[in-house]
Design a protein around this ligand. Structure first.
Ligand SMILES: [Fe+2]
Length: 204
């Protein structure tokens, strides 16, 4: 019988693979990691319902997993209708994968005087699409739910514990940077480790 690769098993396998790819110090962006992340967000059969709940006012970030050595973290990002982020950066690398609905990503450049300018046209992420973020290449952006009347959900992988990273929001008019840290919307994580049902099914 083929092993199940749906539900929490899919999430658990992704986390195991990312953990194996991490060197002692860090998990680096690379083709193998990009491929397994694309595979994760290419399936919509694993995100626990508790990590899909929108808030009427604020976009939500549910921690799905943080590496014990804080080399990476994985969150579900839940957009209520019409919600958007401020202009911000990350200070760590990231991948954004669209799971449900759609989001609009507008990138910015910042010149030597600190002024922001639009970096090209906004792009729209649809289910299965993956956006790469790299501070070294410029990662300032503003992201919005593409829909005024429905929830959208993306999954973000960051090269650190994003709940402990000091980064910046920017005034779009002046470019002035202000430090911020994003928190997590729930005090609990999905329980990945109760595999008893699968083991029970093998008992004689
Ligand atoms: Fe972002």
């Amino acid at each position: 019988m083929p092993e199940s690769n749906t539900g929490l098993e899919r999430l658990r396998r992704f986390i195991a693979t990312a953990t194996r790819l991490a060197s002692p110090q860090a998990l680096d962006q690379g083709p193998e990691l990009a491929a397994v992340f694309a595979d994760l967000v290419g399936h919509d059969d694993w995100l626990p319902d508790a990590c899909t709940a929108p808030h009427p006012q604020f976009y939500q970030q549910y921690l799905l997993h943080c590496d014990p050595l804080e080399r990476f973290s994985l969150v579900s990002f839940v957009w209520g209708p019409g919600q958007s982020t401020p202009v911000h950066d990350h200070e760590v690398w990231g991948y954004v994968g669209m799971l449900r609905g759609a989001e609009i990503n507008q990138r910015f450049t910042r010149d030597a005087d600190g002024r922001l300018a639009l970096a090209g046209e906004p792009t729209t992420l649809r289910p299965g699409d993956v956006e790469r973020l790299s501070p070294a290449e410029g990662d300032i952006h503003r992201v919005s739910n593409a829909y005024p009347d429905r929830v959208s959900i993306s999954v973000h992988l960051y090269g650190g514990n994003i709940g402990a990273v000091s980064r910046h929001v920017y005034d779009p008019d002046t470019g002035q940077a202000k430090p911020f840290v994003s928190g997590y919307s729930s005090p609990s994580l999905p329980n990945l480790w109760d595999r008893s049902a699968a083991v029970r099914a093998t008992l004689g």
